[in-house]
Write a new protein. Structure first.
Length: 358
């Protein structure tokens, strides 16, 4: 008598996914891009080590859905980055994976055609090509690591990585972070608590062994060395922001108690702006003045920004999409972004060198 089937009962299909090696062969790393990636990582490490007094700013769309508009944004950002480089280091926010509370568009990799066709094989190659273009334009890129396999496909093109509020507590993501080649920012939990982020940094700083894939797409036991450049990202939560001086002081104490470097990044969006992009400039100005008035631990900022302000639903007819406007969280527009970054540069330009010596 045959055994009853006991596995894959809810699986509709197994579609072959090209290996990281195959995708990379189609979109190879260039010398120009490699130089930008490595210089971006080294600069961020120097900031976290307090060898570089500048502040880094991860700025860009909530998510990438249109590579043409995304590259348009990148070229604008590169010009601005050069203008403020004496004070600020700009990293383009390039997010391809969107965690959903229930349902919704999961991002450019998962559904690049935005029609529920879920061509992840195409999305991964398109995402890698976009990252290559951004780095070729001279901008280092930052992203959120959501799928633990995805970094094998494009991690060589990333300079900074975030672990999101929903995944900072996840053992899988802590293990992954321990092997990433970039500095990693762990966000506080959606309830505003710091424990998950602090414990995530601690965990990721140690070696781990876990299941994953290698460049050939084979199941492998991945053994990591640990990541020495974990830091906390304050993004608010639990119905309140946490960029204020009291919240920053509490974060400093939590990191010191855990015997971790007191490196703090402030996310001007999400709960820190009550998900209202119009408040992001106010958050950024407040944080800049904290630094000007003597704060020694804030090393970075995050901004959700796009060419056009606000957000839009995904229409059935994709030709109706507004150019350069977010399809996920609402963003500030390009003009506001320029004003925010230039104002922050003006506030900090004469104080950061003294801060370095403190």
């Amino acid at each position: 008598m045959p055994f009853a089937q006991t596995e894959n009962l809810n699986i509709a299909a197994f579609d072959r996914m090209p290996s990281p090696e195959e995708i990379t062969a189609h979109v190879p790393l260039t010398d120009t891009a490699a130089k930008v990636v490595l210089e971006g990582r080294q600069t961020l490490q120097a900031i976290l080590d307090r060898k570089d007094p500048r502040i880094f700013v991860v700025v860009g769309p909530c998510s990438i859905h249109d590579p043409v508009a995304g590259l348009d944004y990148a070229r604008r950002l590169k010009k601005l980055a050069d203008e403020v480089s004496d004070t600020l280091v700009l990293i383009m926010r390039v997010y391809f994976e969107k965690p959903r509370t229930s349902t919704g568009w999961k991002g450019y990799i998962n559904d690049p055609h935005m029609d529920d066709s879920f061509r992840i094989d195409e999305g991964m190659e398109k995402a890698r090509r976009f990252l290559l273009d951004v780095n070729e334009a001279g901008l280092p890129a930052g992203t959120e690591a959501l799928d633990p396999i995805a970094p094998q496909y494009y991690g060589d093109l990333i300079s900074w990585t975030a672990i999101g509020a929903r995944t900072s507590e996840s053992q899988t993501h802590r293990e992954m972070a321990s092997g990433l080649s970039t500095p990693v920012g762990f966000k506080n939990g959606t309830d505003g608590s710091l424990d998950a982020a602090v414990n995530g940094i601690l965990s990721a700083s140690h070696p781990h062994s876990f299941l994953g894939i290698n460049a050939q797409g084979q199941s492998s036991v991945i053994r990591t060395r640990g990541n020495a450049y974990g830091h906390v990202v304050l993004r608010g939560g639990g119905g309140r922001p946490n960029y204020d001086t009291v919240s920053v002081s509490l974060a400093e104490k939590a990191l010191t108690k855990a015997k971790l470097p007191a490196n703090i990044v402030i996310d001007c969006s999400h709960a820190n702006s009550w998900k209202n992009p119009e408040y992001q400039p106010l958050v950024m100005r407040d944080v800049a003045h904290q630094i000007r008035e003597g704060n020694q631990t804030i090393v970075g900022l995050m901004i959700e920004s796009n060419i056009e302000a606000g957000s839009q639903p995904i229409p059935e007819d994709l030709s109706q999409l507004r150019y350069g406007c977010s399809v996920t969280d609402a963003c500030v527009d390009w003009s506001t972004t320029e004003n925010m970054i230039r104002a922050t540069r003006d506030i900090l330009r004469d104080v950061l060198p003294k801060r370095s010596a403190a």
